[in-house]
Design a protein around this ligand. Structure first.
Ligand code: SF4
Length: 579
């Protein structure tokens, strides 16, 4: 695997070595749960046991400027794992935006019409769930952790530190190298240069979110994915948070839809969640195994807002914040090996998702609980080998979370071509059989392999996305252009640093993609980072990397696999803090 760290970690620089017993990479809900549970276990052990665990140091690094800034989900949250972690979570100030109340499920048949489902499909019944902002929830979890004081245990939460490479001892993970800060695009150091650190640990838990760079490095060395039936596969979603007139939508309201404006044969849908304080999270999600080279979730969201059932909720409102991210959607058959010498993988990085319920937060949190229990045993036996850490994978797969994921193991491929009559029959059967189908397992390719050329999909060679989409009349109020939306995401990167988006092959590969596929990256990127320009040497893909929302879609969906997303220096990226 190529070493992508060469521009973000200068050679020959003296680096401080920091040692932890346990290191967590990424401050998502899975890792924060693991850290929280581990502290509980250490505390209760030390109260009861003669031989106490002392002089322990536990660290967590996070690439965002603050914990919560890169946590982007306007979710309906199943609290099962949180109840296990913290039964009195509401008394401790859990930032619920309200319990789910009225729910609607629609099949939109056109820009004006639709059929409201008279019954809620089982996987869309969210009674007892909370509407949350994942950004607010992870901040709350970090505050709960930071407030802990356990004698003999040092806890360090370190936002602004981006892990760029795994540190190895043979095939054993022994730590993580963080990015240098203050490096110019040509590799020279600026006055504010800060060398990255070598952060060493007996055990490291990787919870970097979807398509984690370090998880991919580990996979390239240890082959974590090689025994999985399917590759890791993803959806891409965009969301706007709106402030709406008081009382226009009741708190707790949830709407999901399929159908229009998604092109026929593609899979995806919408969500509308009423947050507290008269705010609305409204989003559109599309599966990244699309054949259409020009699917653009941002544009689908703009069209979706024009449907009368949706626009009536937004009238008189205003946009507060926009963002986008990729999400795992494969589930059971895409889960990699979860444990190895010196480390474990958890959460979205491990495809812990129930694709039917569109929920993974509670599953990642249960993964975090199983992780913590395994680490506790490993600390007591001082054994961080794969054999010792394998207990994590075994207990997770046998837990209610493993069973939930397994029960929807064929869901993603079943609806890969939309909600067709055949898909409906298969879905019904799999509900009765807890996931089994006559053709179980349904196999799939990597998402980019499904992308068709413009000639094959549209019957036209060298078609451009701009030739297609004339019908949206952006008004800056209801219908918002991508860059205007992006402005509200708070995205920011130091613009002197090297681009963290690496074109790994030649410019000719991108030029060929432009001819055959119309350069899908210039369409699907939710931040309009990519633009194709002609210069005296030919076609050149221009990359406005400072706009990047860190969604990783370009790495997943580039038909030529010519883009690699690497972590920029810590502290950059979006700042999601509203919904
Ligand atoms: Fe997402 Fe890639 Fe665009 Fe960044 S450049 S926002 S990772 S698609």
């Amino acid at each position: 695997m190529p070493d992508y760290s060469t521009q973000s970690a200068r050679k020959g620089v003296e680096r401080e070595e920091i040692e932890f017993d346990v290191l967590f990479v990424g401050a998502g809900p899975a890792n924060l749960t693991a850290l929280w549970r581990l502290l509980d276990l250490i505390e209760s052990h030390n109260k009861m046991a003669d031989k106490k665990l002392e002089n322990l140091s536990i660290g967590l690094i996070e690439k965002g400027p603050a914990i919560g800034d890169h946590a982007f989900s306007g979710a309906v949250f199943d609290p099962s794992a949180l109840v296990e972690l913290c039964p009195d979570y509401m008394d401790r100030g859990f930032p619920s935006e309200g319990e789910v109340g009225r729910e609607e499920v629609w099949l939109f048949t056109s820009d004006r019409n639709g059929i409201k489902s008279p019954l809620l499909p089982p996987f869309f019944r969210n009674h007892g769930c909370h509407i949350i902002s994942l950004s607010r929830m992870t901040r709350w979890m970090a505050e709960q952790i930071e407030a802990r004081e356990i004698p003999g245990v040092d806890i360090m939460l370190l936002p602004g530190f981006a892990g760029i490479n795994v540190i190895w001892d043979g095939n054993r993970v022994i730590g993580v190298q963080t990015a240098d800060k203050g490096v110019n695009a040509d590799g020279t150091a600026r006055n504010n240069f800060e060398p990255g650190n070598r952060i060493m640990a007996k055990v490291t838990v990787f919870g970097e979110g979807p398509k984690g760079r370090l998880a991919q490095e580990i996979d390239s060395v240890l082959g974590l994915q090689k025994d999985s039936i399917n590759p890791q596969v993803f959806e891409m979603g965009v969301k706007e948070v709106w402030e709406i007139p008081v009382g226009q939508v009741q708190p707790g309201f949830v709407l999901h839809s399929a159908g229009w404006p998604l092109p026929d044969g593609e899979s995806g849908g919408s969500f509308v969640y009423a947050l507290g304080n008269d705010r609305l999270a409204i989003g559109y999600v599309v599966s990244l195994d699309t054949a259409d080279p020009f699917v653009d979730a941002h544009q689908l969201l703009q069209k979706f807002k024009t449907h009368p059932r949706i626009s009536e909720m937004l009238i008189g409102g205003k946009l507060l914040q926009y963002g986008g991210k990729a999400m795992p959607i494969g589930g059971w058959y895409s889960i990699p090996r979860l444990a190895f010498d010196g480390g474990m993988i958890v959460g979205d990085s491990a495809q812990m998702i129930n694709p039917a319920r569109l929920k993974g937060i509670h599953l990642g949190m249960k993964g975090g609980i199983c992780t913590a229990e395994t680490i506790m045993t490993a600390l007591l036996s001082n054994d961080f080998s794969h054999a010792s850490l394998q207990k994590y994978e075994d207990t997770f797969m046998a837990s209610w979370a493993g069973e939930e994921i397994k029960s929807q193991r064929n869901f993603h491929r079943t609806i890969a071509h939309g909600i067709t009559p055949v898909a409906g029959i298969r879905l019904g059967l799999s509900i009765i059989t807890k996931g089994w189908l006559p053709c179980d397992p349904l196999k799939c390719l990597s998402d980019y392999e499904y992308t068709e050329s413009t000639e094959r999909y549209y019957g036209k060679k060298t078609l451009r996305a701009t030739d297609l989409n004339a019908e949206i009349k952006y008004d800056g109020v209801m219908l918002i252009q991508k860059l205007d939306d992006l402005y509200t995401s708070g995205v920011m990167h130091d613009e002197h640093q090297p681009s963290h988006l690496k074109i790994i092959g030649s410019d000719e590969i991108c030029a060929d993609c432009w001819e055959k596929y119309g350069s899908p990256c210039t369409v699907f990127c939710p931040a309009q980072v990519y633009e194709m320009h002609a210069n005296e040497k030919g076609l050149k893909l221009e990359i406005a990397y400072s706009n990047c929302l860190h969604c990783k879609t370009c790495e997943i969906k580039c038909p030529k696999q010519n883009v690699v997303w690497t972590p920029p220096e810590g502290g950059g990226g979006p700042q999601f803090n509203i919904g």
